[in-house]
Write a protein that binds this ligand. Structure first.
Ligand code: ATP
Length: 478
């Protein structure tokens, strides 16, 4: 299916109908840019997390995991620069009462109207980035007027002044507390503890999966831009002279990781070097994925140099330098920062298909990599009589301690297969009259729809072989 807006509507509705993603607080009218993961959504999300976690902390003996708290001392955010620098620009249209990011309005405008005039495009972008750096809001406002940019809905140019908007959520407490806007500060503030308690030497990494919160101005596109989201971040601490070596290493490895994960859709990924760097970064690349609404960032790889550790040293007055290889220095950091919800959306959108069957009917198929599927196998009785449900339930009970399974007999066998196809279950095992004689069941493969008979003692091993993490981790291991 093509990546059109119709496809995107279909995806959002499929995610809801099949129990993957629901709008938050829906019975109260919903909450903008916040979503809940349903029964199959949480399983898929956990499998994605598990795969990333194993790739980082199991395949690299010098990467350790942590789980730091969401609330941190308010000085952390002064040291990290988030209080002063974590801002987006904002402009309102007085007629439509809609709020926009002026930099996005400008980029969209030149993409649409100057797509062939590369020189002019670059001139405008360079002026925009210069003004952003100098915080020259007046010049950005002038650029909007010069380019004749109007409100996409009301078609008027009745714009307000441009202002800054800090994206952190503040909690009123005895002291000012913030919901963390990135997980990495929990890593930097634990650098010393981890290095000491685990006797780590440079280079080494710290990985973490956790929730982050940003008060996004324009939060649209389903789970692409959320106010509450999850990040999978890894900070790799290195000697300063090795900055470019490790930057290139992680850029390459992270790109390879995405391609191996989504092997059938390699052309949907690209690397895009940053022209405008975040306040902490000295080099940066985005891994972009071709979402149904175009290429957009899914993961960022940045060199943060010693920005964070030095500032934490300054604000905390605790020594964060190391003395190694006869040198006393503050380590540099290469960071890989991946959005779990964006990765979920990328995998979900590349897996969701409509296939025309030989009988002319359409089957909806969620062609997830087998090791990520929420349910690994389904067990059905062919009919709901003659003791077949009891046999199927016994098989289910014997194997459920090893794999995430489903037992179902609520519909006809054809419908049961369609339902599992639509949630991406790789294997279905059906108990029929022969099972009671030969102890065999039919095994149906999701993608080929082919069936073969296997002995009931083979079922668990077969599920492990077809849906386990082993094959994919071997491809990443070196
Ligand atoms: P963008 O430019 O799209 O706002 P960013 O450059 O601010 O993203 P980073 O600060 O580098 O993003 O965060 C790392 C990753 O976290 C991103 O690549 C993305 O996958 C994820 N992420 C960031 N903001 C959000 C959000 N509001 N909703 C969902 N995921 C997000």
């Amino acid at each position: 299916m093509k990546k059109t807006s119709n496809f995107f509507d279909f995806l959002v509705s499929h995610a809801k109908i099949c129990g993957f993603i629901f709008p938050s607080s829906e019975i109260y009218g919903g909450l903008k840019a916040v979503y809940d993961y349903g029964p199959y959504g949480v399983e898929l999300k956990n499998n994605i997390k598990n795969f990333w976690w194993k790739s980082m902390t199991q395949l690299h003996d010098n990467i350790l995991g942590i789980d730091s708290s969401i609330l941190m001392h308010s000085d952390v955010w002064k040291a990290s620069g988030h209080i002063d620098e974590f801002n987006e620009l904002l402009i309102d249209n007085k007629d439509s009462k809609k709020r926009y990011r002026p930099d996005v309005l400008i980029k969209k405008h030149i993409e649409k109207n100057l797509s062939k005039n590369t020189k002019k495009k670059e001139e405008i972008l360079s002026r925009l980035y210069k003004s952003l750096k100098k915080k020259d809001l007046l010049d950005i406002r002038t650029l909007i007027d010069e380019l004749n940019i109007f409100d996409p809905i009301y078609k008027t140019k009745n714009w307000t002044k441009i202002r800054f908007f800090n994206m952190m959520f503040k909690i009123k407490h005895t002291k000012d507390l913030f919901l963390r806007p990135e997980t990495s500060q929990g890593i930097f503030s634990n650098f010393k503890n981890i290095r000491k308690s685990n006797r780590m030497k440079i280079p080494f990494g710290i990985a973490q999966i956790g929730k982050s919160f940003r008060n996004e101005i324009i939060a649209r596109k389903f789970i692409f831009r959320l106010r509450e989201f999850e990040q999978m971040e890894m900070q790799f601490f290195i000697a300063p002279e090795e900055e470019m070596k490790w930057y290139e290493y992680w850029k390459k490895l992270r790109f390879k990781w995405h391609l191996i994960l989504n092997v059938e859709n390699k052309k949907d990924y690209r690397l895009c070097n940053h022209t405008h760097l975040a306040h902490y970064a000295s080099a940066g690349t985005d891994i972009e994925y071709h979402f149904p609404f175009g290429f957009q960032e899914i993961e960022g790889i940045h060199s943060r140099r010693d920005f964070d550790l030095k500032n934490h040293e300054l604000f905390s007055k605790k020594k964060l330098r190391v003395f190694e290889s006869e040198k006393n220095y503050t380590p540099y950091v290469i960071e890989t920062s991946l959005g779990l919800d964006r990765l979920f959306l990328a995998i979900f959108s590349s897996s969701l298909k409509e296939e025309k069957l030989e009988n002319g009917k359409i089957r909806v198929l969620l062609k997830l990599p087998y090791y990520l599927s929420p349910i690994k196998a389904a067990i059905f009785p062919l009919v709901r009589k003659d003791g077949l449900p009891e046999v199927a339930k016994n098989i289910f009970n014997d194997i459920k301690i090893y794999h995430k399974l489903i037992y179902d007999h609520k519909e006809s066998i054809g419908r049961l297969y369609r339902r599992q196809d639509s949630i991406g279950t790789p294997l279905c095992f059906t108990v029929d009259y022969e099972t009671t004689k030969t102890y065999t069941v039919t095994m149906r493969d999701r993608d080929t729809m082919q069936q073969k008979r296997i002995h009931i003692n083979e079922i668990s091993k077969m599920i492990e072989k077809e849906t386990g993490f082993e094959k994919i981790l071997k491809k990443l291991s070196y």
